[in-house]
Design a protein. Structure first.
Length: 159
């Protein structure tokens, strides 16, 4: 192969790699939302007017035992920090963005479940947080030490 053809091939390969890298970084950036969060409840926040539901977990709803407790613990965790969320492909039934969100590199969903502030929502998590929940439940952490409506726990177990 001549030197000219080798250089041309190298340049083409280089350009393909650059374009591929650019397309990956661009597509990833569109799946990320980052900013200060306003807490809606124990499993939902709002960043820049976008309502974000934490994927794979469930916290007690309004008028359920543990709702205010869970919401308060999420407020304390996030405090004044920047939250980074990686959006899932689909929105939830109510049109909210579903995402895994992080504060200082820690998964908020994992934090909420392992401390007993939310449950592993099996229908959506595929038991991703099952170990964390089992530990929190065994140690009676957070909501697990309260007398709550059993329908909430049943909802968490639904497949």
């Amino acid at each position: 192969m001549s030197l000219m053809k080798k250089q041309s091939l190298s340049l083409n390969s280089f350009l393909i790699i650059i374009l591929f890298t650019f397309s990956l970084s661009y597509s990833s950036a569109t799946n990320i939302v980052k900013g200060k969060a306003r807490i809606i409840d124990g499993d939902t926040i709002k960043i820049k007017n976008e309502k974000i539901r934490f994927g794979g977990i469930d916290a007690p709803e309004r008028n359920q035992t543990g709702h205010e407790f869970s919401k308060q613990k999420l407020k304390e965790k996030i405090a004044n920090n920047i939250v980074t969320c990686v959006r899932e492909k689909n929105k939830d039934y109510w049109g909210r963005t579903v995402a895994e969100c992080f504060v200082k590199g820690e998964s908020i969903s994992s934090f909420m479940v392992k401390n007993g502030y939310a449950c592993d929502y099996v229908k959506y998590s595929k038991k991703k947080y099952a170990k964390d929940q089992k530990n929190a439940k065994t140690k009676k952490l957070g909501i697990w030490k309260m007398e709550f409506n059993l329908s909430w726990e049943k909802k968490c177990k639904k497949k």
